[in-house]
Design a protein. Structure first.
Length: 624
């Protein structure tokens, strides 16, 4: 039994992070504190001033633990990491980190290319962005290619190199063929500079130049060339127009605001780059009504900027209690001073109001879509109930899949759909332990037995300790099991359920000669389903998700095994160095391509171990 009285007495007067747990030992809330002793004690004192959320949470706390940090900023970052790790019930949960697209200009080449990338690197090239509206950035690239005949090939073209035959793009006037020597490096560079001026918003100079050239062609009666320049000017105006909402002279800036209704919240971000709005992004945070606005904003800023490659100089928000800590964290991330500001009047305040109004519209649209999806999903589940003559609507459906390559490294996965929607938090993965021959039926027997045995054990534990039934990871049984296969898979599932005295209906999916699902098989009867119906779309979503989840897990295990086994053979590379190499380079191929300098930049890699890596891969290459 957890001794609250004694544990509250010995709390340290230091900054840190605390984890609240329920009776099953699950983390239900993660918080940070400037002084752990003061903050944690507040939860267990008079509850009159507590919010409804805190009151509800405290009722479910059976124990707590804490981690002391050196500073409040470290606590803030650790809090973010632990929230992502545990997905606690009472914390706000953000989506996975996104990597926004940039437009990259390879100025390090004699004849630069321009393309879209999601990887930002300090490699001496020019990057414009990030852009959050993907369709907009592709439209911008299409307009640029329409205006400027930029090469799109991957050839390594150098000034004075051997000319090659130009490709089709030259003949349709979409490239001026530097590969064939039809344009000099200076001419090509001038064109690239014009493109960068457009992307930088320096449109007045280039438009003025094009208008002057257009007038000259027109006066010389060369109307075709004049019309071509006119089209370029219109296209440039379209690119610039996409960015015109708000201008500022203070460099890169982000404006962040939120809107809450009686249940959920939407956080909206407007991105200003080079003084113009280049895009926006939103995050829906469900069940956040009892979370304070300042707390939502602080957690959002840490989560969001931790996952993005660029941090602006100025960030504007409506309120926060952690300005100094946030600035310290963001300054380290950016490498130069970052300001987190709360404007009280003027254009900055007006921009935040605009962001808030956009957040409101986005949340309303989200709710409207959710209601529509919920209605459609409900109708689909009712249709399944009718088709299979089930006693109840199958609100929770579980599907299983086995993945292996030629019988090696078999893995199993379980995915869950509740009320017609994927419930990622309940997904489970199983490494096959007892089956060595890759037999899929035996592998399925193993994962189903493990899953339901765990569930029965949790139910017993819950009943013995008078806990709430829904608290376990496996105790929530499905209303329907959907096997991605026919009678063989169904019989395996029924065998395990009968063995454990569990009654759950099991159906399978019937495929046609083209391996496309055409219906459901249940109680040895095949039920054909309209391929274009909403029900078939739901079934396909479940199928696709269980395949994706199983294959992704299998690929992860395979890649780790490959990486681990190869690195183990390299002299002077122990476990710590293998881990550092994996964190920095991510794959064997990237490690093979790394230079001595890049290897030495890796944590714990010294000159001796770096040379050992280079020597190992060089020797292997020669022996091929």
């Amino acid at each position: 039994m957890f001794d609250f009285k004694n544990q509250l007495k010995i709390l340290p007067e230091k900054p840190g992070v605390y984890l609240m747990k329920n009776e099953l030992g699950e983390v239900i809330y993660v918080g940070k504190a400037k002084i752990l002793k003061n903050r944690i004690r507040q939860y267990f004192q008079n509850s009159k001033n507590h919010s409804e959320k805190v009151k509800t949470m405290v009722k479910n706390i059976s124990e707590f633990e804490y981690i002391v940090t050196d500073s409040e900023m470290e606590a803030l970052i650790l809090e973010c990491n632990l929230i992502k790790k545990y997905s606690p019930k009472y914390n706000i949960l953000l989506k996975d980190d996104k990597f926004y697209p940039f437009i990259k200009v390879t100025v390090n080449e004699d004849f630069p290319k321009i393309f879209i990338t999601r990887k930002y690197a300090k490699d001496g090239n020019k990057y414009f962005g990030p852009y959050t509206n993907v369709s907009s950035v592709y439209e911008t690239m299409n307009l640029i290619k329409k205006i400027f005949p930029i090469r799109t090939c991957k050839k390594a073209i150098t000034d004075g190199g051997v000319p090659t035959r130009p490709c089709l793009n030259y003949h349709i006037k979409k490239c001026n063929a530097p590969c064939a020597g039809y344009v000099s490096i200076d001419e090509y560079r001038n064109m690239i500079n014009e493109v960068m001026d457009v992307l930088s918003g320096k449109d007045k100079t280039i438009v003025s130049k094009l208008k002057k050239e257009m007038d000259e062609f027109s006066s010389q009666l060369e109307f075709e060339k004049a019309a071509s320049l006119r089209d370029k000017i219109i296209a440039i105006d379209n690119i610039i127009e996409k960015q015109k909402i708000f201008k500022s002279q203070e460099g890169d800036e982000d404006f962040i605001n939120l809107y809450k209704d009686d249940k959920d919240c939407c956080v909206q971000v407007f991105f200003l780059r080079d003084g113009k709005v280049t895009g926006r992004e939103h995050f829906i945070i469900e069940n956040s009504t009892y979370q304070e606005d300042s707390s939502i904003l602080s957690q959002f800023i840490i989560s969001f900027y931790k996952g993005t490659s660029k941090v602006p100089k100025n960030i504007y928000i409506p309120q926060t209690d952690d300005t100094e800590i946030l600035e310290e964290f963001l300054t380290i991330k950016r490498g130069s001073k970052v300001w987190v500001k709360v404007p009280v009047k003027g254009s900055k305040k007006e921009m935040l109001e605009l962001v808030k109004s956009n957040a409101k519209v986005t949340l309303e649209q989200f709710k409207e879509k959710i209601l529509k999806d919920e209605k459609n999903n409900r109708l689909c589940l009712e249709e399944i109930q009718q088709l299979l003559a089930l006693d109840d609507i199958p609100m929770r459906i579980e599907a299983y899949d086995i993945s292996n390559i030629q019988g090696v490294d078999s893995v199993g996965s379980m995915i869950v759909f509740e009320q017609g929607k994927a419930k990622n938090s309940d997904y489970r993965r199983f490494g096959i332990k007892s089956v060595k021959n890759g037999n899929e039926y035996d592998s399925m027997r193993e994962i189903l037995e493990r899953r339901f045995l765990r569930g029965l054990e949790e139910i017993k534990q819950i009943q013995d300790r008078n806990l709430q039934f829904s608290n376990g990871k496996f105790s929530n049984f499905p209303d329907l099991i959907m096997m991605d296969g026919g009678k063989g898979q169904i019989n395996v599932a029924k065998e395990i359920l009968n063995k454990l005295s569990i009654e759950i209906p099991v159906c399978g999916l019937v495929k046609d000669n083209h391996h496309s699902t055409r219906g459901i098989i249940y109680n040895n009867e095949e039920i054909i389903i309209n391929r274009s119906s909403n029900l078939m779309q739901l079934i396909r979503r479940i199928q696709d998700e269980v395949h994706r989840f199983a294959i992704t897990y299998h690929r992860t295990l395979r890649d780790k095994k490959t990486l681990h086994s190869v690195l183990e053979d390299i002299p002077y590379i122990g476990e710590k160095r293998r881990r550092s190499l994996l964190m920095k380079f991510g794959s064997i191929d990237n490690i093979k391509k790394a230079t001595l300098e890049e290897l030495l930049e890796t944590e714990s890699i010294d000159n001796k171990s770096a040379n050992s890596i280079l020597s190992y891969f060089k020797k292997n290459e020669q022996n091929k």
